[in-house]
Design a protein around this ligand. Structure first.
Ligand code: UGA
Length: 423
């Protein structure tokens, strides 16, 4: 099938790459010239393990191309995917500017029947709005079907999650359109769930918020474990062995960051307020997540009796989680800002994020090696659980420090006996 994809962020780019890999002709559209120039050369604008290889193979096989021209992208498309961002507005509601623009662009260029698949996470009813926008703005009378197929991939595992997802949700008001989208993905051999459009929209928010609640829950249990002498890792293992609970997303630590959980929990909370329906569990998860970062920094400050002035503190990890260069809502930023504001001499290292504009105003030293980062440090904070940090020779690293305490923000160093674990 001929497929066009609007938006070359994590979702759009990975969807395009995977659809081309299973034999479809895919063209990806983005307004960002710089991104498209890079992609035409086979260079991914984002760090995502395994993505470069898939891009390279399919560009070479002429199944995958990139453009900034809507006309070119839509020329032969039988299915158009919308995978643009829905950033969070000030009141928690998702900002739909890009989505609405995409709908108008499609309407302007359409000259035949078409299926539009919305991958972006959008508030309830947005797919109806998109269909209406395209229908009212299209010149001519065509059959337009908008299908909601929310994305469940995780950054850092995007390629694997797309090839081996747990389900593909197809939310459609027209059975025929739904069956065409099923045919498009059939080679992936992933179970399909057909629903109406609003249920598909809700599945995405409800799933993300549930996972966020799970994380905030284990974090609060972890805080209690510390006070009462229990080990949260054992507790999580014991809970997780109950198949009704499951061990995944019970890793206690600094809480969730990234572009999805913070944004989608806020959007769901907003939807609840808008409809006067209490979803206080989600509100509580949001609150607990905010507190988790503060608790962590407070621990560090308390360790120094409130005075970190002139103390060298090494922060390991900037990205919001391992295997990504994404800094959105990364706990590292809040932690570094607070420490620096308190006069600490903060040195940081991340295997992928070499510098970030989020810390432009902050006095921070970017180290090239782990050794350089921890040298003479009085505290070492593990903020992102990159494999190279977890597997480092901690005995050797500690020997370089000024008798530093290690604050394990991700609860991953429990096998290292020499470490006084904090979170
Ligand atoms: C999340 C969902 O997992 C995906 O299914 C979804 O498609 C995606 O959002 C999205 O809506 O686009 P992502 O944000 O990429 O994916 O990353 P996750 O691996 O889910 O991690 C999210 C956050 O939770 C990270 O900050 C991570 O450190 C934290 N986390 C995760 C924990 O603190 N504990 C855990 O046990 C698991």
């Amino acid at each position: 099938m001929n497929v066009a994809i609007i938006g070359t962020g994590y979702v759009g780019l990975v969807t395009g790459a995977v659809l081309s890999e299973i034999g479809h002709n895919v063209i990806c559209l983005d307004i960002n010239e710089e991104k498209i120039t890079k992609l035409k050369k086979g260079v991914s604008p984002i760090y995502e393990p395994g993505l470069d290889e898939v891009l390279e193979r399919n560009i070479a096989g002429n199944r995958l191309s990139f453009t900034t021209s809507a006309e070119e992208a839509f020329e032969n498309a039988e299915v158009i995917f919308i995978a643009v961002g829905t950033p969070q507005g000030e009141d928690g509601a998702a900002n739909l500017t890009h989505i609405k623009q995409a709908a108008k662009d499609i309407a302007m260029h359409i000259n035949r029947d078409l299926i539009v698949v919305v991958k972006s996470t959008v508030p309830l009813g947005t797919n109806d709005l998109i269909e209406e926008t395209i229908r009212t703005n299209a010149i001519g009378s065509f059959q337009i079907d908008v299908v909601s197929s929310p994305e469940f991939l995780r950054e850092g595992h995007a390629i694997n999650d797309t090839f081996h997802g747990d389900r593909i949700v197809i939310g459609s008001e027209n059975e025929h359109a739904g069956s065409i989208i099923e045919a498009l993905f059939i080679k992936l051999n992933i179970p399909f769930l057909h629903t109406n459009r609003r249920s598909a929209e809700m599945i995405k928010y409800a799933a993300n918020a549930f996972l966020a609640v799970k994380i905030s829950y284990i974090n609060q249990i972890s805080n209690l474990c510390e006070k009462v002498g229990a080990d949260v890792n054992d507790v999580a293992d014991g809970m997780g062995m109950d198949h009704r609970i499951g061990r995944a997303f019970l890793n206690a630590g600094l809480g969730y960051g990234g572009s999805c959980f913070p944004k989608d929990t806020e959007a769901l909370a907003y939807l609840g307020r808008e409809n006067e329906v209490s979803i206080s569990l989600v509100d509580a998860a949001i609150q607990a997540n905010k507190e988790q970062r503060i608790l962590f920094v407070n621990r560090v400050l308390e360790h120094f009796n409130g005075n970190v002035e002139g103390k060298k503190i090494a922060v390991l990890g900037l990205a919001f989680k391992p295997n990504t260069d994404d800094m959105r809502e990364a706990p590292s930023v809040d932690i570094i800002r607070t420490l620096s504001a308190n006069g600490a001499e903060v040195h940081v290292i991340d295997p992928v994020v070499k510098e970030t504009e989020l810390l432009t105003e902050v006095a921070v030293t970017y180290s090239k090696t782990l050794e350089e980062c921890v040298q003479n440090a009085e505290a070492v904070l593990l903020v992102t659980e990159w494999e190279e940090f977890v597997r480092a020779d901690w005995e050797e690293l500690l020997a370089l420090t000024k008798n530093a305490t290690i604050f394990d923000g991700r609860n991953v160093l429990h096998n290292h006996k020499l470490i006084s674990q904090v979170v």
